[in-house]
Design a protein around this ligand. Structure first.
Ligand code: FE2
Ligand code: FE2
Length: 261
């Protein structure tokens, strides 16, 4: 099976919704798609987009991003919204738990961000004044201090070895090398709200070959200490919106290639 990846569809923006409607979605009936968070904060838009993707791909995997957990003008908490998002995924036939697709496993990793990710101390705290999560996320008292750990703890039952190659994915960034130095960034608060290195500890304990992430809207495809890290955020002008990250046909031919080397 082939596994494709995308993140940050943000289809609550009309431009993105129209671009996805125009995108070449045919020919993926035997493929899996990883969607690494940030489709929309609107539940109706989230449902529509997931249903569209689930109708075109054999399997679709999703983890909520920060936008899915916004609760604007509502009484419920972001944890309540998280539960609602999982229900929508279930109803749309979208997976939020590990599953084997052909010759590989796909393992979703929930997370949030924490300022400890900014190991260089470069992030500009004053630039977070306009950071929407501060106003649109509402955490229960027991989650408030460490939303990242609340979500990471939910991954633990799935953090173990698997009997086939593993592709993990998260919305948030697992390694500091994947965020450029602050002097190159327009939003200089980014390292404070980008991710947590504790995601990478889970990736390593699982032994993943490939990890897909999103959130920063900065494309990446690089290998670090034996793991390939990919971000393919949705660009409305791209001819091919989905990036191939795994192909059983390539993996099966690996030993054959080695024989000829
Ligand atoms: Fe995003
Ligand atoms: Fe995000």
């Amino acid at each position: 099976m082939r596994v494709f990846a995308i993140s940050d569809l943000h289809t609550d923006f009309r431009e993105n919704r129209e671009a996805l409607a125009r995108a070449p979605l045919a020919g993926h009936g035997d493929d899996a798609l990883i969607v690494a968070g940030d489709i929309a904060d609107s539940e109706a838009v989230l449902r529509d987009t997931l249903e569209l993707l689930a109708s075109r791909f054999r399997e679709v995997f999703f983890v909520p991003g920060n936008h899915e957990l916004w609760v604007r003008g509502e009484e419920r908490s972001s944890v309540d919204k998280f539960q609602a998002v999982l229900r929508i995924c279930g109803q749309a036939g979208v997976r939020t738990a590990p599953a084997r697709v052909g010759g590989a496993w796909v393992v979703p990793l929930l997370a949030w961000y924490h300022p400890s990710f900014d190991v260089r101390g470069e992030g500009a705290e004053d630039e977070l004044e306009g950071w929407s999560d501060r106003y649109f996320c509402r955490w229960p008292a027991e989650v408030m201090d460490r939303p990242d750990r609340f979500f990471l703890a939910r991954n633990e039952p799935h953090v173990h070895g698997y009997d086939a190659p593993v592709i993990t994915f998260s919305h948030f960034v697992p390694r500091t090398e994947l965020v450029p130095r602050v002097r190159w960034l327009r939003f200089k608060g980014l390292p404070l709200v980008a991710g947590t290195t504790e995601i990478d500890e889970q990736i390593r304990r699982i032994g993943a070959r490939v990890h897909v992430f999103g959130h920063t809207h900065i494309a990446a495809d690089r290998e670090i200490a034996g793991v390939r890290y990919v971000q393919n955020y949705f660009r409305p002008t791209a001819d091919k919106p989905f990036q191939l990250v795994w192909d059983d046909a390539d993996a099966l031919s690996e030993p054959a290639r080695q024989l000829f080397c």
